[in-house]
Design a protein around this ligand. Structure first.
Ligand code: PEP
Ligand code: MN
Length: 338
């Protein structure tokens, strides 16, 4: 349920509405807009008796939200959310490209890739220190040593960091080092991890599960917002289908759906979405055209020697070309790309 306050409603009247909501055993989420304030209501198992609130002074309208998710919905929050990652505004007019290797392998590897992507205009560096691998016998990541390398990359190249937290046990450690906590596809419905990550208050990059519907993706984001953390960036990274010409099927139709249903920014990962490096550039072009707020791309200085996801990692030269094309296309869709 959403309580729309009158333009003239004073902060005292907003507080009175919040108090009434809390007294009903529900949670109030005041949202102060430039023109008016709205108060979201969550925690109800069934339709709330809205008369109790509708008749309070300062209340203009009470709207029953029809979607299963509330805090993430546009109905609840009509304007776009912009997630501020140390000055990089994800979801703004700027098209944000996050890039780096699949895994942090060594200082030399990260420095080589970071230097190349920073030169191409990237301000957010990706790299996994904890890797959720399908096989227990493959490279699992460097763990805390990898996080230390990422911290050095941040200092040396003035980059923000995004890295994955794979479980609640290591979440605090990851939170300490990173600017954005990545929740991977395999963990999209790990609700205890979502709640704990939400409570950190840090920006969260939430990747769509391999077989998740968009309602499920948005409901997972709802877990984070319900912890009073609005800093969520969604990521379309492909889903499993019968197609065998690519690792996953990159569902670009997700972008306009999410943009109309939710106020959260959404980026595309064409690397995991296709699994093949030659497909990363064409799908990146399509992503900016379809309205994505950015990309997450795997780049490796020696893709043939990568310890994970080498087949989908592009070289620094290919990445330079990709960024040049994004800069070229951005104005066509009324965006800017640094
Ligand atoms: C990754 O970004 O390296 C990763 C493991 O992604 P996903 O969770 O989408 O598979
Ligand atoms: Mn990867």
């Amino acid at each position: 349920m959403l309580v729309v306050m009158a333009r003239t409603a004073t902060p005292d009247l907003v507080a009175r509405v919040c108090e009434e909501i809390e007294q009903m055993g529900l949670t109030a989420h005041p949202m102060f807009g430039t023109l008016r304030t709205a108060v979201g209501v969550t925690g109800n198992k069934q339709q709330v008796d809205s008369d109790r609130i509708a008749n309070l002074p300062g209340v203009q309208e009470v709207i029953h939200v029809t979607r299963p998710y509330q805090l993430v919905s546009r109905e609840f929050h009509p304007s776009d959310t912009v997630v501020d990652v140390g000055g990089v505004k994800v979801g703004s007019k700027e098209f944000t490209v996050m890039a780096g290797p699949c895994s942090v392998e060594s200082e030399e590897q990260c420095y080589a890739v970071a230097e190349a992507v920073a030169e191409s205009g990237v301000r957010i560096f990706r790299g996994g220190a904890f890797k959720p691998r399908s096989s227990p016998y493959t490279f699992q990541g460097l763990g805390e040593k990898g996080l230390e390398i990422l911290a050095k990359v941040r200092e040396r190249f003035d980059l923000r960091i995004v890295t994955e937290a794979v479980d609640t046990e290591t979440l605090d450690m990851v939170t300490h080092y990173t600017d954005i906590i990545q929740i991977g596809a395999r963990n999209m419905q790990n609700y205890s991890l979502l709640k704990k990550a939400g409570r950190t208050g840090k920006p969260i990059l939430l990747k769509r599960g391999h077989s998740a519907t968009l309602d499920e993706l948005l409901l997972s984001a709802e877990y984070i917002l319900a912890e009073k953390n609005p800093n969520v960036i969604l990521c379309e990274r492909g889903v499993r289908t019968l197609a065998n010409h690519s690792r996953n099927t990159l569902d670009l139709s997700a972008i306009p759906f999410v943009k109309s249903s939710s106020h959260l920014p959404i980026i595309v990962d064409p690397s995991h979405g296709t699994g093949r490096r030659e497909k990363v550039l064409p799908l990146s072009r399509a992503s900016i055209a379809v309205g994505a707020d950015g990309l997450m791309v795997e780049v490796h200085n020696r893709p043939d020697r990568a310890l994970s996801d080498g087949a989908q990692s592009i070289t620094p030269a290919m990445f330079r070309q990709l960024m040049a094309e994004m800069r070229h296309l951005a104005p066509v869709v009324d965006r800017v790309c640094p």
